[in-house]
Write a protein that binds this ligand. Structure first.
Ligand code: PMP
Length: 469
């Protein structure tokens, strides 16, 4: 890992034979000395594929997605060409944020170069153009998740979408003693907004537990519902473990109990196809930056009837039908929830990102990533001392592990030093970490532009790192 421009790990001569290079004071050594401690890992193109012999060569290393070569796809992401301290960048931190293809970057520039104006105000050419691009973005988002355009509210991101749902819709349902059901797998963004409104209203959170594989115990889940339950929310995909939750089944249980549901789809939207009508979900939240779009834009989907019953979350310009000093009439949803000037270019960029995903095909992406994450699991399972945290049968995007005798930070620093970016930490999901008796894990997280060779290289690097010197 770089600290300024310096590598910060090296071999410590006084360590016992089974210890590994540890990060120590970077200031004590020259850059050349530190570079000499960086392990010689195989070059990317030399890394063997650790796949069983009975798999056909064409299946060994899938080289295309939906008929589009993986090299062609990668060429769309300029940042993937960069190197890190002389090593090719391997970006395995996609759960934190994805990279953007040139189509999104160009779309943003084009908007500012040719279309920029405020929306829903003026009637001149640019204003009409900007408004129509903004509304076209809403249509694209709605088509992408199988919704109607008027069910899409633009927000700053998944966090704001969840807060909006909590404050605007759920809070008014709560009375003292009422309950909201969550799961142990939630990101802090899908815990704290509910905690805050529950505290305010004297309501309580009930939390569905998981088994040792990191999957929801469904028999127990059903038992959490009772006549005090007012709402349920859960993540579609765990950002910490990659577990895919049985969304349809969980929604059906909630509905049988007369309870509406929000799905936090932040970690699902770029990995698996989503259709809100098939799921019959009431609310769904996601962020643009986790599906190739810009930061600062997100989406809250909500069924029209529920959104129209919700109170405005923020108030001001654009969301009103008529204002006097005595009273104000609000527009219907979605405008009712979009007070002030929205993130217009964010919405336009998000539409370009969703077009990109649609062109490749979410089914194709899901199929490729399924093989990639299976391969990653197989590859990492051969690393001595590596223990997976959670082993769900259905997993997308991310996996979590710890390495015996090594701190998570050291593992991540070691990988960073050879160009491999992963996250070490609690992943903003402390309850699930603590359920497994941990404060943190190492989490590589994948996207469809990652390759099998990149995964193989990480496996090779970790095998090297885990071996006693
Ligand atoms: N939910 C999940 C499952 C997430 O992984 C994240 C981001 N890590 C969020 C919500 C919050 O997303 P944002 O920070 O983009 O609002």
């Amino acid at each position: 890992m770089n600290s300024g421009n310096h590598f910060v790990w090296e071999y410590q001569p006084n360590l016992s034979s089974d210890s590994r290079p540890l990060p120590i004071d970077a200031s004590k050594h020259t850059t050349e000395e530190k570079l000499s401690f960086v392990p010689q890992i195989l070059a990317l193109e030399e890394v063997p594929a650790f796949l069983p012999d009975d798999i056909q060569p064409s299946e060994r290393l899938p080289m295309s997605i939906g008929g589009i070569g993986i090299d062609q796809i990668r060429a769309d992401f300029p940042i993937l060409k960069r190197t890190v301290d002389g090593n090719p960048l391997i970006y395995f931190d996609n759960a934190a944020t994805t990279q953007r293809p040139v189509q999104v970057i160009n779309r943003i520039s084009y908007y500012y170069l040719h279309e920029n104006a405020n929306v829903h105000r003026s009637g001149h050419t640019l204003a009409r153009c900007s408004s129509s691009q903004f509304e076209a973005a809403r249509e694209k988002v709605s088509a992408f998740i199988g919704a109607a355009p008027n069910e899409i509210v633009f927000t700053r991101g998944a966090t704001e979408s969840i807060n909006l749902c909590a404050q605007a819709y759920v809070k008014q349902l709560l009375n003292p003693g009422d309950e909201i059901i969550l799961t142990l797998l939630e990101h802090h963004s899908n815990i704290v907004p509910w905690q805050v409104i529950a505290e305010e209203k004297g309501a309580h959170l009930r939390v569905a537990t998981v088994d040792q594989t990191g999957q929801i115990d469904m028999a127990e889940y059903a038992k959490l519902f009772n006549n005090r339950t007012r709402f349920a929310s859960f993540t579609y995909v765990s950002n910490a473990l990659g577990t895919v939750l049985p969304a349809q089944e969980m929604i059906a249980i909630a509905h049988q109990n007369g309870v509406s549901v929000l799905i936090d789809a932040a970690q699902a939207v770029s990995h698996i196809p989503i259709n809100v009508y098939e799921l019959d979900v009431d609310f769904l939240a996601f962020s643009g930056h986790k599906c190739l779009g810009p930061t600062g834009i997100g989406v809250l989907y909500g069924k029209s009837a529920l959104m129209n019953a919700a109170r405005p979350y923020q108030v001001g310009g654009s969301m009103i039908a008529d204002v006097t000093f005595e009273r104000t009439f609000f527009h219907k949803s979605p405008q009712k929830f979009e007070a002030g000037t929205p993130n217009i270019v964010g919405a336009v960029g998000l539409a370009a990102a969703l077009n990109y995903l649609t062109d490749i095909g979410m089914d194709n992406i899901a199929a490729y990533e399924h093989k990639l994450i299976e391969y990653a699991t197989d590859t990492l399972s051969t690393v001595p001392g590596l223990r997976f945290v959670g082993m769900p049968t259905r997993r997308v995007g991310a996996l979590s592990f710890v390495l015996d005798s090594h701190s998570n930070d050291n593992v991540a620093e070691f990988l960073a030093g050879i160009g491999i970016g992963v996250r070490a930490g609690h992943h903003c999901a402390q309850p699930i970490m603590r359920h497994f008796g941990l404060e943190a894990t190492v989490r590589p997280s994948f996207a469809f532009y990652n390759t099998f060779r990149e995964v193989a290289k990480m496996g090779e690097a970790l095998r090297y790192y885990s071996k006693p010197l």
